[in-house]
Design a protein around this ligand. Structure first.
Ligand code: UT7
Length: 329
């Protein structure tokens, strides 16, 4: 048996927040945001929408592409840092919405690397118990607008909401797997440079935690930037070297969409020209765990990925967490 990607799906909320809109909210300007980040607009969920609603919309599309329904699923993994609740997990909420009564479900928290980590776990489960886990749904979904400090120009221009889903299937008729290799890392020693300080057991909600804006994303951007480039290049090279695949053989690199300058610094260092790197940060901003899934779905649906193509995913995020994964379609 081998594992293939049977479906992909993505969803972003209707409401668009442009750079011009942000100019009215904080002291910033379109030129700064575009040149420093590549972002022109981002999608923002409505007050009624929670992360599971975005995940649900993306999941339905992935199931439709695969010609499957919720009750075909054996497991659901949701990568997110913005769960609907501390508990139950967003995976549990999503299971109920999808009618996936036979699936065991959980959330995986690895910030912007959430989709990569979740794919690794899903793939490993399916390899270990191929009969038990025939269909596993992996979703990266975030309502980052709910943890964004809309008074802080350093961070509020960066983030957006959305979801991307990947449906993995154990397939009797093929002998080649979709995951060719991966290289995932963590360095908890740098946890403080990108974090949400309050809301967990270390700093439960209080008058002080709210007044100090501690329930929002805090980021030391410059420090994160430097580490992100080196980490994604190193992991990407390791995966290609171990697989014996040259950069020329890679059809598309799909990097986490945190900053177009990071993406454009990573690509040449990996030996891949810009035209083979997927970028949609201009429309969505940084959607954390959702970003790679949204890109993958757009690349599949727009015909930028064909059967047999090698696609390299790279991610970097809070934790710190990072890594790369080589897929074959
Ligand atoms: O997804 C997880 C991983 N996240 C990342 O990888 C993000 C990594 N970091 C970055 O993408 C970039 O560091 C940022 C986009 C966050 C910031 O860009 P930067 O080139 O590192 O700018 P900076 O923070 O050093 O700020 C430069 C200047 C500062 O002014 P002074 O001190 O030079 O006068 C800031 O106050 O730009 C100012 N600034 C802004 N100006 C207008 C910061 N934010 C804004 C803004 N509008 N929104």
């Amino acid at each position: 048996m081998s594992i293939r990607i049977a479906g992909t799906g993505s969803y972003v909320p209707e409401k668009i927040l442009t750079n011009a809109d942000l100019e009215k909210m904080v002291e910033t300007n379109d030129e700064w945001i575009r040149t420093r980040t590549g972002i022109e607009e981002r999608h923002i969920a409505s007050d009624e929408q929670a992360t599971s609603d975005l995940a649900y919309a993306a999941s339905v599309k992935a199931l439709e592409m695969a010609n499957l329904s919720g009750n075909d699923l054996d497991a659901i993994i949701v990568g997110t840092i913005t769960p609907d609740y501390v508990f139950p997990s967003t995976g549990c909420v999503l299971q109920d919405r999808l009618g996936a009564t036979g699936a065991f479900c959980f959330d995986l928290e690895a910030a912007c690397s959430g989709l990569l980590y979740s794919l690794e776990v899903a793939y490993s489960l399916m390899k270990t118990h191929p009969k038990r886990y025939r269909h596993v749904l992996v979703v990266g979904a975030e309502k980052l607008s709910s943890i964004t400090d809309w008074t802080n120009r350093n961070t509020c221009v960066l983030f957006g909401d959305g979801a991307g889903a990947v449906l993995l299937e154990n397939n009797d008729n093929s002998d080649s797997d979709c995951v060719i290799g991966s290289d995932l890392h963590t360095d908890g020693g740098f946890g403080d440079i990108l974090k949400m300080p309050a809301g967990g057991s270390r700093m439960p909600a209080s008058k002080e935690s709210i007044e100090s804006h501690s329930h929002f994303i805090h980021m030391e951007g410059k420090e994160v930037f430097k580490l992100a480039v080196n980490a994604m290049v190193s992991a990407g090279k390791t995966v290609l070297d171990e697989a014996g695949i040259t950069p020329d053989e890679v059809k598309l690199v799909i990097p986490h969409q945190a900053n177009s300058r990071i993406i454009l610094a990573v690509a040449p260092r990996l030996g891949v020209p810009e035209e083979r790197v997927f970028i949609n940060i201009n429309h969505y901003g940084n959607t954390s765990a959702a970003s790679i899934g949204i890109c993958l779905d757009e690349a599949v649906r727009s015909g930028r990925i064909d059967k047999g193509d090698y696609v390299l995913l790279t991610a970097f995020g809070g934790g710190l967490t990072w890594g790369a994964m080589l897929l074959k379609f």
